[in-house]
Write a new protein. Structure first.
Length: 165
């Protein structure tokens, strides 16, 4: 949810007004400040990773419950993948969502799709988990039709992807 909020913030605020993604991740994932990893060195965005660097990295695995340092790392990596590959992700959405331009989609639906595709394309998270999380976000934050819209678009995209091992 934290990365979804970051993507929405960046989509709304396209100006040069700074938004501290890093502080937001740490504050939201670890509100008590119990993260043992020193995150003070991470000002702003992480360096952009290549597709090869992102694919299959063990640090990108979804964190175990209550493992705040891993959750923070995962949120950072997911944010970075979504931002670094936004153009490719948007193109996949546009190619799949016939008769729907990205600008016509609601802010919520558009960014849920971006988030889910970043995870589907660049992380080893099981497909069912990604889709379930995306539908949950759509039900919580979207319109009455968001969950079915997101599910339909993701279903078409998943069908076009090579099978995972």
């Amino acid at each position: 949810m934290v990365v979804f909020q970051i993507l929405c913030q960046r989509d709304i605020n396209r100006s040069d007004t700074p938004f501290d993604d890093e502080q937001f991740i740490v504050t939201e994932v670890d509100p008590d400040g119990t993260d043992t990893e020193d995150s003070s060195h991470r000002g702003g965005l992480l360096p952009v990773n290549t597709t090869e660097e992102l694919e299959g990295i063990q640090a990108c695995l979804p964190p175990e419950e209550n493992d705040r340092p891993s959750a923070i790392r995962f949120a950072r990596d997911l944010r970075e993948a979504a931002l670094a590959h936004r153009e490719e992700i948007d193109q996949r959405i546009a190619d799949t969502a016939l008769n729907w331009s990205l600008s016509r989609m609601t802010l919520t639906d558009r960014n849920i799709l971006r988030l889910a595709l970043a995870e589907l394309l660049y992380f080893p998270t099981p497909v069912a988990i990604v889709i379930d999380e995306a539908i949950g976000l759509a039900k919580s934050f979207g319109s009455e039709n968001s969950a079915s819209f997101v599910n339909g678009i993701l279903g078409k995209i998943v069908d076009s992807l090579p099978p995972r091992d």
